[in-house]
Structure formats: C-alpha cells, structure tokens
Design a protein around this ligand. Sequence first.
Ligand code: ZN
Length: 228
Amino acid sequence: MARDDFSKPIIRELRERVASHCSNPDCRRKTAGPKSGGRGTIVLGEAAHIHAAAQGGPRYDAEMSPAERASIDNAIWLCRGCARRVDRDEAAYPATLLRQWKTRAEDLASDELDTRPPAHGDAQEELVGALSGHTKRLLPSLIKNAHAASVETLERLDPRFHIESSHQGGVTRFRIEALETVPFRLSVPEERMAEWKRGVDAALQAGTPFEIDAAGFAVRGSTLLTEA
Ligand SMILES: [Zn+2]
C-alpha cells in the first residue's frame, strides 16, 4: 500500500519548529538530546501524520493528494508514546485537536526562544512565595506539583526505583521501592560498626526492624541513593 511519508528535511524542520518538544500540551517531553561519547544525537520523537499516510490509517482523508499528505502541514511532532496514543484512539484525537496542539507547541517554542529557561531555584522561589501568602490561591496545586516534580526527578535519576512522596505534619517522606534487584554497597564508619552490627543481628535473628541514624554512612550503587 502506498504510504505518503515525510521527507527527512520536513521531519527535521517539524522537530526544530517545536524545539524537539512533544507537541501534546500535557506532555511536552523533550524528544532529542546528545548521545553519550561526544558525538551524535538521540531522537525519541517522530513526525506523526495528522491525516494518515495510507488508506485505512487514523484520520485518513481520501480527498487529500499524496503531496498534501506528505507535506509539513499534515505533520505534527510527538514523542513516541503520544504518537501511538493519537493513532490508537482516533476519536479522542481528531485532526482539529492535533492542529491546535501543533500551533500551540510552535507558539510556545517561539516564546521560549526569548526566555531564560527555568533555573533550579525557580520552583523553590515560587513555592516560598506561595507559602508566604503571595499566591495563596495556587498553594494546593503548587504543593502537588512540587511532589510530582520531585518524584519525577528522583525516578529519572534511577528508573530502577518507584517513588512515592507524601507530606504530613511538615515532613516530606519518600517511599523508595526497587522495581528490580539493585546491587548496592554500604559503607559504615568504623565507630558506628558495633551499633550497626547489633541492629543487623537483631533483624536477622528475630526479624525485628531497626532504625539507625545514617550520618556518616555511604551508599554506592545508584545515583538515587547518593543524591537523594
Ligand atoms: Zn508526548
């Protein structure tokens, strides 16, 4: 079956017009970055068809010419996940919606050209502003966002872990669960060795859980364990 695919220059132009962000406004994932080793790029997005490239595909429009189907006007840049989603649930993602996404994504990319990217301290400053009463209205969503953001950041550090955060009584707790066996090495400082051994022995012999102040301890094996 004939497929009206996009040319390489079109694909590149499409991606650069949204600064490599996924065009889904709820996603906006960055889809391109450097390959390790100082050379090459990794691209995790694709030029998706607004109207399918071939008959029978999602949102196929028989009225269009092959040239129209293969033109940049019929393309939207999406991350892989979003590209699958919009093609598998055609009814939820009509062409009109995809065009809105595309326009909005290009507008955002254009705005961002003249804007300083957010720095590490920005979220914190906003949160402090909210906590000190400047933007009370936003407080619940800010706290929720801060949680989501920290969980996401931590999970990105090491995807072998699943993380949940909760905030209660002024204390934020993170629950870190390994999704697979993660080998790690724990260094216990000399002077804490006896204390550590007592706890471990009790845990092994009687199954009693123990808590220990981890000051001076070092864990190696995951960026999460060292940076969190
Ligand atoms: Zn996406």
